[in-house]
Design a protein around this ligand. Sequence first.
Ligand code: SF4
Length: 213
Amino acid sequence: MQAERQWFHETRAKAVIQALKGNRINGYFVQNRVNAVEQVLQLIPNQSLIAMGGSMTLFETGIYDAIKKGNYNLIDRFEKGISQDEALTRLKTGLTADIFLAGVNAVTEQGELVFVDASCTRVAPILFGPQKVILVSGCNKIVPNLAYAQERIRHFVAPANARRLGRKTPCAKTGKCEDCSSPDRICNATVVIHKQAFEQRLHLVLVGETLGL
Ligand code: SF4
């Protein structure tokens, strides 16, 4: 079963990487999370100023720990004990970092990247600012097209993340989207990157495992 799963992930990922190329987005397939750390570090020069978006994948793969231990300057918005004001200051500083690392919520077979965000602190630097953006995703996030991406986000990613983060939204209780107007709403913005203007800016590492939500 594991062999078939691996074959499925790899075959789909390779097709997506071809599509990404046509969109001026650089794609990489790696078998597992250990290889994902190696691939990401290869893309980052020593001493780079690095910022990160909220992403379970960056923690699950060990990328966050590797960056912390490495020869880099991390603007660490996840540091324990910092105030909300300090976290906000770090988020703003991250808008002009050399490198921005984040996850993605869905990747279409046409090579489009789809994100949902509550406050846009993740999507803002992905769209503009940092010189290089490196995204990491499990192959479980590959979907046939944008309609599937929207379904995935509204009916799985947003409710599960709302629950994880303790948001007071209907979906965090029922597991279903009710298109709420809650101040805690987690899906205030949905962003699709169809293509990239600058060829060497956007990189997506696809990992042959189930990662994140
Ligand atoms: S609109 Fe509200 S209920 Fe629907 S997924 Fe988003 S946060 Fe949950």
